[in-house]
Design a protein around this ligand. Structure first.
Ligand SMILES: N[C@@H](CCC(=O)N[C@@H](CS)C(=O)NCC(=O)O)C(=O)O
Length: 209
């Protein structure tokens, strides 16, 4: 099969599964968890020495990074990404950068690494508290920008919605209280058939210890 997606069980891997499902693409799912040892096999390390999922293989192209995978698939197959050079595309990049940096890397992932995975990355209560406060502050921009709109960008579903919902779900799982409009937005997108198929597949394995 041309398209192969490696990875499952996490907030990052569901983004890639969801994009593939939204676009109706056939693909082979290699459902490996991030901490099962499966990202350290020679076969996987030959694809990515980051030892992280998701990884997409499309013929000769090996692509890491969930946002890059979602955007590449949208651009290639027509859907999930606004036209290059448009104002909507500028908003798309703005949302993607914000979500990756302010909701994912600097805040939720810090909590994950230094609280839940403290045995691996070290306990850092001060960093965890700063990350919690950082998330509370940054999520206000999403609240204000989204308002009651059904989609993050313009009047169409896009990759920005995939990333935003994945982080809102992650935040809820960590006990953050979201504004009612953000919760309603998240729940509406959970009704999408593509989300349901992606979630069933993604959550059919465990992330590992
Ligand atoms: N920025 C990357 C993050 C990927 C990432 O950290 N994946 C985690 C699972 S959510 C992983 O594979 N961790 C394994 C490890 O750190 O060894 C993306 O968005 O794809």
């Amino acid at each position: 099969m041309t398209l192969v997606l490696w990875g499952g069980a996490t907030s990052r891997t569901i983004r890639a599964h969801w994009a593939l499902e939204e676009l109706g693409l056939e693909y082979e799912a290699k459902l490996i968890g991030p901490r099962t040892g499966e990202t350290q096999t020679p076969a996987f390390r030959a694809l990515s020495i980051k030892e992280k999922v998701p990884v997409l293989v499309d013929d000769g192209l090996v692509l890491t990074e969930s946002a890059a995978i979602v955007t590449y698939l949208g651009d290639k197959h027509g859907g999930l990404t606004p036209p290059l050079g448009s104002a909507e595309r500028a908003r798309y990049y703005e949302w993607m950068s914000f979500i990756l940096m302010e909701l994912d890397a600097h805040t939720l992932y810090v909590i994950r690494k230094h609280r839940d995975l403290a045995a691996l990355y070290g306990e850092a209560p001060v960093a965890v508290e700063a990350a919690r406060q950082g998330f509370e502050k940054q999520i206000r921009w999403a609240e204000e920008r989204l308002g009651d709109a059904p989609y993050a960008v313009g009047d169409a579903f896009s990759g920005a919605d995939i990333l935003l919902v994945s982080c809102l779900d992650w935040a809820r799982a960590y006990g953050f209280t979201l504004a009612p409009a953000l919760d309603a937005y998240r729940e509406r997108h959970h009704e999408r058939p593509a989300y349901r198929r992606a979630a069933a597949l993604n959550n059919s394995i465990q992330p590992g210890a």
